[in-house]
Design a protein around this ligand. Sequence first.
Ligand SMILES: Cc1cc2nc3c(=O)[nH]c(=O)nc-3n(C[C@H](O)[C@H](O)[C@H](O)COP(=O)(O)OP(=O)(O)OC[C@H]3O[C@@H](n4cnc5c(N)ncnc54)[C@H](O)[C@@H]3O)c2cc1C
Length: 416
Amino acid sequence: MTGTLIVGGGQAGAQIAAGLRDHGYDRPVTLVGSEHIPPYQRPPLSKDYLLGKLPAAKLALRNEQYYARKDIDVVTGTSVTEAGIGDDGGWARTADGRRFTFEYLALATGAQPRRLPGDMGSPGNLLYLRTVADADRLRSLLDTATRFVVIGGGFIGLEAAAVLRAHGKQVTVVEMADRLLNRVAGSELGDFYLDAHRRRGVGFRLGRSVTALTTGATGDAVGVVLDGGETLACDAVVAGVGVVRDPRLAEQLGLAWDNGVIVDRYARTSHPRVVAAGDCVLGPHPAATGRIRLESVQNAVAQAKVAAATICGRTEPYTAVPWFWSNQGTLRLQTAGLHAGATRRILRGDPRTENFSVIYLRENTLTAVEAMNRPADFATARTLLAAGAELVGPATAVADPDIPLADALAVPATTT
Ligand SMILES: Cc1cc2nc3c(=O)[nH]c(=O)nc-3n(C[C@H](O)[C@H](O)[C@H](O)COP(=O)(O)OP(=O)(O)OC[C@H]3O[C@@H](n4cnc5c(N)ncnc54)[C@H](O)[C@@H]3O)c2cc1C
């Protein structure tokens, strides 16, 4: 048995392959991805690609020449469905009957959209947004559909809503919680997005669940029925209600699992010959208490680098500061750090100007920044978070958007 088999052709899988070669790994590297194209960027699918501003050719993470030059064998259009492992390595089989052996296995299987219960009867105009094929289906509806209902007020739902409005569509977002971004951001940001999208003509139903879809003569959904009885007329429905992870390979391999492959800070799973990275993982982070799931490009890339280093026998723990971005028309959000566990937050600027930040502290220690159209706050925050900065003066200095963040927060002398 020789070489590394990477299962999953997304952001993390591509980075593990590149990372292995960057470390001088000279054994075979094979990447198997179930989609029909080599690894590509997902973020534009709900932004510029959906807007029609970015061509499909520009989505690719690396070109074919790169994989050829680095001697990385990329197998697309088939899934690894079976795998087994022993002390020295293992084997895997794909749905189309190929068999691979490996000394190391890297799982980078990502996540899949959480489906609505029973897919609500599976009408043809109910869409999810994860793959380029999903985005193409949504784009193909833009010619005919006028009224869109977006189920889910998270980042993907709001980004889709912004693009659909830019295409001149009528858009209503239905969110089960009482506020937007309930799971992933603080209330200031959720409240801000509600106002900002309303100003741009998006309708909202908060605190409402979808109980059914009504269908017309063609079988397509024509109405979204909410608890309480209201029915929203629609030509298409986009669901962005979170993601789930497929446990089947982890189960076959006997890996520790908790709605994600459990890894340590070196991206090692419970088997010494298997690493994992990206959206499929549940793992520790120095900024978090307990294990967390991070669903972002930054996490996929940083953790994949750690996984590649581990395979190459290096011990490089995952310490990178988490960061994320979301573009919703002119609303450009950048976040750094983790807001969960903060004990104080300071609003920096006026949300009505669409130019503000929210600063999160645990006691006096900076834990996260959400920066809306304030790239300088974001850039400074990343540096300060990495260094362990603290509030050094009055909170009013942090709240003042005209005072640079670096003047209001500083790194304690003992940690510099
Ligand atoms: C529409 C959209 C917008 C986003 N916008 C942002 C953003 O603005 N900023 C940000 O930071 N993040 C964003 N994200 C999240 C980010 O794209 C993900 O966190 C990142 O792609 C995770 O990478 P991954 O490699 O772990 O998983 P994925 O990208 O999901 O890749 C996993 C791949 O593995 C394949 N696979 C699964 N099982 C198997 C198997 N058994 N055999 C073979 N192949 C398999 C899957 O088909 C998939 O191609 C967005 C995601 C989406 C969907």
